[in-house]
Design a protein around this ligand. Structure first.
Ligand code: BTN
Length: 239
């Protein structure tokens, strides 16, 4: 269940706060992050006031074997929450980017505490950020305001995300694999598309074909063989 709700004007990173100071069920929100963290050691630009920077610390006992699926399940929760807020047309780019019209709307970063029994689920979502604000972001991005043409109430979006996320987290230990794969397929932006995968110096090209039971991306190579790729290793581009 949820525990405490902490809202700060500024922190270095809501994930860092939840990792260091949070207990199970704590939610940390900030107006601004001075050292927002992205995946693969990147920075997450976190200008003041416009967006959602949210972290939830959650504890599982015992640790589910399928814990690696949690970041994908978080993406599903965020996608559903946006739908609750009357935002449509978005999807998920494996492993856990929220996209709209080829532009990034949000990202998810999971970090584990020691044993992995405690995880911090970090969600960054562009809400009222506009291009004029001059944020320097090294990839195409959009925000809920740009999509809907009006400013969007962050509190309503946070409430919807927490509602959807907590429900998914409570169900997670008994995850229904078939249901999960079906849910994923409905949001999967890569499904059936030609993708280019980079892993270290290696580069592969093939057809994206959903995820396996471990949340790995399934790629059908041109010789017909199938490769499953873990998110730790690769970055994907539409080919
Ligand atoms: C990505 O690289 O796509 C993941 C970005 C995750 C950003 C969020 S913002 C709230 C939480 N705190 C952080 O420092 N990062 C995550």
């Amino acid at each position: 269940a949820l525990h405490g709700l902490y809202v700060f004007p500024e922190v270095d990173s809501t994930n860092a706060w939840a990792l260091q100071q949070g207990v199970c069920g704590d939610v940390c929100l900030a107006e601004q992050q001075s050292a927002g963290r992205g995946r693969r050691g990147r920075q997450w630009q976190s200008p003041w006031g416009a967006n959602i920077y949210l972290s939830l610390r959650w504890c599982f006992t015992p640790v589910p074997e399928h814990l690696p699926l949690l970041s994908l399940v978080t993406g599903l929760a965020v996608a559903d929450a946006l739908e609750d807020c009357a935002i449509h047309g978005h999807g998920l780019k494996w492993p856990n980017d929220v996209y709209y019209d080829g532009k990034k709307l949000g990202g998810i970063l999971l970090e584990a505490v020691g044993s992995q029994a405690h995880v911090v689920i970090g969600i960054g979502l562009n809400v009222n950020m506009l291009p004029e604000a001059g944020a320097v972001i090294d990839q195409p991005w959009t925000s809920l305001q740009q999509i809907s043409g009006q400013s969007v109430d962050r509190n309503a979006v946070v409430a919807a995300i927490l509602q959807r996320l907590v429900r998914r987290l409570q169900d997670f230990p008994c995850l229904d694999m078939a249901q999960f794969q079906q849910d994923w397929q409905q949001r999967d932006l890569l499904q059936g598309r030609e993708v280019q995968v980079h892993s270290g110096r290696e580069s592969l090209q093939g057809l994206a074909s959903g995820v396996d039971h471990c949340g790995q991306l399934r790629i059908i190579l041109h010789d017909g063989s199938i490769k499953n790729l873990s998110s730790a290793e690769v970055s994907v581009r539409l080919g």
